[in-house]
Write a protein that binds this ligand. Structure first.
Ligand code: GLY
Length: 349
């Protein structure tokens, strides 16, 4: 029997020795998620710090607000910060904790599916700066990550699907049975009160996190195999950046899902990824995420964004591709003609 959220929170907090406890939320998680833990005895003396919600607030100003609140609240080097929120809060809170008095301990309680399976795991912390995402930051692992389905019940379908795209990626990086389990599941019905479906989602989340932890464990600072986690993200970030520029922002996971289809197409062409599996992914993404629409006149902009992806070095354009499920090929150099072929395929499919 899995312990309840209050029991697991008590266990996680009690495992750390600290003098003062701080809890960081954004305005949304203060309203929707804090009430789910505020009554737990270990949280009674927590000093609350709140920043604005959404990625627009992942800024140096919000970071200063957190440092200032820690200082005014009497934080010492032995204080503990709990980050209660999505990736914006866990990234920014992790960075605030990593830098305050040269580093205090922190625990992540991710409240979105995206942050449960990706952002809160693996020690990447940081803020946006100078118009660039995650430009300033450090690698620093949290004391623990508390995963609870209770918070997923606060999410709409779009946010569930957004996180699920990262889970599809982890399935592709792992094994056939993992991927096919994901492809036969609809995450949007999992948190509507059906205990069996919710339990299934919880198990899939745990498996997804295990894949990420295994990869991060081999390469914590992304010198090599951690680049596997960029699958779908080179094209996905280009879609995201162009959408932001055109003022119709898309959820990160949707861009990743469309990016996965594009990069699996390249994987079929360049690395022999099985086309039957590719078409299954393509059909799933089309059914749940719809399609990202663009025209030939957008190619130059998309290619510029791909070229300037911060994971690329110098002139060559690198992708993480797959030779099959779990057959990871990092640093695959693609030329412009191949990228245009990928964009043609997706546009016409
Ligand atoms: N989100 C990819 C990574 O943590 O490396």
């Amino acid at each position: 029997m899995v312990d309840s959220l209050p029991e697991r929170l008590t266990e996680a907090v009690s495992a750390v020795s600290f003098d003062r406890l701080f809890c960081l939320t954004d305005t949304t998680t203060l309203q929707l998620c804090w009430p789910l833990i505020s009554y737990v005895p270990v949280m009674q003396d927590a000093v609350m710090i709140t920043i604005g919600a959404t990625d627009n607030n992942k800024t140096i100003e919000s970071l200063i607000h957190v440092w200032d609140s820690l200082q005014k609240g009497g934080a010492t080097r032995h204080s503990l910060l709990i980050n209660l929120g999505g990736g914006m809060v866990t990234d920014l809170g992790g960075f605030a904790a990593s830098t305050f008095k040269r580093g205090i301990k922190y625990i992540n309680i991710p409240t979105t599916l995206l942050s449960q399976v990706d952002a809160s795991v693996g020690g990447k912390t940081g803020i946006n700066f100078g118009g660039l995402k995650n430009e300033i930051g450090v690698f620093n692992l949290s004391e623990s990550v508390l995963l609870a389905p209770d918070f997923l019940r606060t999410l709409d379908d779009g946010n569930l699907l957004s996180g699920y795209a990262e889970m599809l990626k982890h399935g592709l990086l792992d094994r056939k049975d993992h991927l096919y389990g994901l492809l036969s599941f609809n995450p949007t019905v999992a948190c509507g009160g059906d205990v069996t479906l919710e339990r299934q989602l919880v198990q899939m989340v745990a498996r997804s996190v295990a894949v990420k932890e295994r990869i991060v464990g081999q390469d914590p600072t992304e010198q090599g195999i951690r680049k596997a986690l960029n699958l779908g993200h080179t094209a996905g970030h280009a879609i995201e950046s162009m959408s932001i520029e055109d003022n119709h922002t898309v959820l990160h996971g949707y861009a990743v899902a469309w990016g996965l289809v594009m990069e699996l197409y390249l994987s079929v062409v360049k690395c022999g990824f099985p086309s039957q599996v590719f078409h299954q992914i393509e059909a799933y993404v089309r059914e749940y995420y719809g399609k990202f629409h663009y025209e030939c006149k957008h190619y130059d902009r998309l290619i510029q964004f791909i070229r300037h992806d911060k994971k690329n070095m110098g002139e060559s354009i690198n992708f993480t591709l797959l030779g099959g499920i779990g057959d990871i090929r990092i640093n695959q150099v693609c030329n412009i003609a191949e990228i245009e072929q990928m964009l043609d395929y997706y546009r016409e499919c």
